[in-house]
Design a protein around this ligand. Structure first.
Ligand code: SF4
Ligand code: SF4
Length: 185
């Protein structure tokens, strides 16, 4: 049996501009390599989200094993064409299981995608070439095939809960081939 788990959410509307436009001085390592999750400023924290939208997908948890499965069904507030929450400011009033990521959450959640900036930093890994903080562009997360843009088959209000298992997909738990190597790099 499967049950729905928190369809936490990314940061469609979170601001990344401040940190993204304020690179570290030449010779200094960027903040995500030098600071712990707990040490980051609010702007730095927000900028770690690459806006992939993977965590806005409905997830199912096997009640027997605890394993979490991603589906290609989006949260009811997810705009799959834009790849963002349509009401980020009021999301928690409208979607009760939308969680606001904190360092503690990041350290305890088992299902964060392998591409997620929070997970990568948590695990001591570097951000990849397509992350907006590295590329300087909000488009590269889509160009690398990491985001959920164009991959959402339905929104949760349109899918009966018993049909959700039909939408289970593995791509949200993987790093796409073209995300692993920078084009021309
Ligand atoms: S999976 Fe991580 S990086 Fe992607 S939108 Fe969610 S919080 Fe942001
Ligand atoms: S409410 Fe918004 S941020 Fe939260 S899961 Fe849904 S689409 Fe994502």
């Amino acid at each position: 049996m499967a049950k729905k788990v928190d369809s936490d959410k990314p940061a469609g509307a979170r601001t990344r501009r401040a940190a993204a436009s304020a690179p570290a001085p030449a010779g200094d390592a960027p903040f995500w390599r030098t600071k712990t999750l707990e040490e980051m400023t609010s702007a730095e924290w927000e900028s770690l989200c690459d806006r992939c939208g993977r965590c806005c997908l409905v997830k199912l948890e096997d009640e027997d094993t605890g394993k979490v499965y991603f589906t290609e069904v989006g949260c009811k507030l997810f705009d799959a064409k834009v790849c963002a929450c349509v009401d980020y400011q009021n999301r928690q009033a409208k979607v009760s299981d939308c969680i606001r990521l904190t360092p503690e959450e990041v350290r305890t959640l088992s299902w964060l995608p392998p591409t997620c900036g929070y997970r990568l930093v948590r695990d001591g890994e570097d951000l990849m070439w397509w992350h907006p903080l590295v590329s300087g562009s909000a488009e590269t997360v889509h160009e690398a095939g990491v985001s959920a843009r164009g991959k959402v088959k339905a929104l949760e209000d349109d899918v009966p809960e018993e049909d959700l298992p039909e939408f289970v997909a593995s791509w949200p738990t993987k790093v796409p081939a073209r995300a692993k190597k920078k084009p021309g790099g």
